[in-house]
Write a protein that binds this ligand. Structure first.
Ligand code: BDR
Ligand code: CA
Length: 318
């Protein structure tokens, strides 16, 4: 099993992505960290705890940054609802957060692990940037960063910027300059990675997770139920499960932090105009049928107790 840490801002598409990862037999989720993004930190953290409780998952949750490194706080409540996950009634929340900041929790998990761990950020990159700035020694313990964020064409929150990068461009700049292997699953993939209401509806009675995803989808404004909801964050999880479904290109990716017109843009030099050393792999396409198969199989099998055998539950005793 591949060890991963998921940094997230749930968020309806985050919820689907977390379900795929937590129930996957190939991924061993060590830790879930939360960040402000789709909604404020209190809500993203509560949403993560609601899901961990629903799944009875033995995975620690650590709350992280409530605001970006600089600039105003933006949210996407318009797409995800006031709570960030409107539309599903959860039972009582039994899970709680570990008694430390997400950055500290990540450091401890990384430094204690004998194997390298993959970071999977699917929200703004604030926690990851803070981790690298505060504890650069952790980089030796990271295998790869596979993130959802950015776009090589156009944006979804401004003409040129994608939400996760726009929400904290200074953080993204630190992460993209980290020198670590980085895979960017950007906006364009989500236009190919769509799931209709009918597809998940057919699974609704299979298990509580499928029911949760169905109910949340009714309230999500990332596409439409008939033509397909865009599963942004699941594209990063499916890359981990089946990279062969993706077309990628190594290239230089710069983050615009200055221009008021294009702040938060991921400038991907796919043609190699600048001749600069690649700092990432941009996913330019995903096989839509392959993605749907993985997504729907994952949801269908999301029942029983999820297995994440080496999750860092010891963080609760620190
Ligand atoms: C990204 O922004 C958020 O609203 C989604 O959860 C996803 O991570 C897409 O731009
Ligand atoms: Ca997200």
């Amino acid at each position: 099993m591949r060890k991963i840490i998921i940094d997230t801002d749930p968020g309806i598409d985050d919820a689907a992505a977390l379900a795929l990862a937590v129930f996957s037999k190939e991924l061993d989720v060590q830790l879930i960290t939360t960040v402000a993004g789709n909604v404020g930190l209190d809500k993203t953290t509560y949403n993560a705890l609601r899901m961990v409780s629903l799944w009875d998952a033995r995975i620690p949750v650590a709350a992280g940054a409530a605001r970006p490194l600089s600039g105003p706080v933006y949210d996407a409540a318009e797409a995800h609802g006031e709570s960030g996950m409107d539309g599903f009634t959860f039972d009582a929340v039994t899970a709680r957060t570990v008694p430390m900041h997400a950055v500290e929790a990540m450091r401890r998990v990384l430094m204690r692990s004998e194997e390298k761990i993959t970071l999977v950020p699917i929200g703004p990159l604030t926690n990851i940037a803070l981790l690298f700035s505060t504890y650069p020694e952790v980089k030796e313990k990271i295998d790869e960063i596979v993130l959802m964020g950015g776009a090589f064409l156009r944006g979804n929150i401004t003409p040129m910027a994608e939400f996760n990068i726009f929400a904290d461009p200074e953080a993204a700049d630190i992460v993209f300059k980290s020198g670590l292997p980085l895979v960017m699953c950007g906006l364009e993939l989500a236009q190919m990675a769509t799931i209709t209401g009918a597809m998940v509806g057919a699974l609704r009675e299979k298990n509580p997770t499928a029911r949760m995803v169905c109910d949340l989808f009714e309230h999500y404004r990332g596409g439409d139920l008939e033509n397909g909801m865009r599963m942004y964050d699941s594209t990063a999880i499916c890359y981990l499960l089946a990279p062969e479904l993706y077309t990628t290109k190594d290239c230089f990716i710069g983050i615009e932090t200055a221009s008021p017109l294009t702040r938060g843009m991921t400038v991907c030099d796919l043609e190699g105009f600048w001749g600069r050393e690649p700092n990432g792999k941009v996913c330019t396409a995903v096989d839509p049928e392959g993605f749907r198969r993985l997504f729907l199989e994952g949801l269908e099998n999301a029942s029983g107790a999820p297995e994440n055998p080496t999750a860092a539950m010891w963080l609760y005793d620190c």
